[in-house]
Design a protein. Sequence first.
Length: 145
Amino acid sequence: MKFIIKQKIIIIISVILLISISLLSKKYIEHYTSDFIDHSIYSKVLDEERKIFIRLPKNYDKNKSYPLIIKTDGNFNLSRWDNSIAELSLKNEMDDSILVAIPNLFWTDSRNRDLVPPFARKDVKIEARPPSDNSPSIFGHADLF
């Protein structure tokens, strides 16, 4: 009887673990892949590998020049950006463009680090932090990004 209970517990834990891994994999794929050209580049300044998504115009011609749009938070709303650029281009309201989207890193909080300027809080109308709390790690490093 005890053996059967232990087996059931092991099976339940295994199923929960498999579901968790599946959900994490799905989240990773949604967050860190795109329907466009996925490319990785190494940044010496950030000392890390970064993924970029590149959206080319539908009838891309390598001999033609195109406007370039660089989008941070690159893993969000890519299909909406693609649709908007294509639609505005068809209406001649803008030139079809190359979009380079830079996603945030998946396993770390790179968004605040990369998009918040250093000492961004200095003009906020709240009590200043004590000098001991003014570590650069608290503030962003958008100047490096």
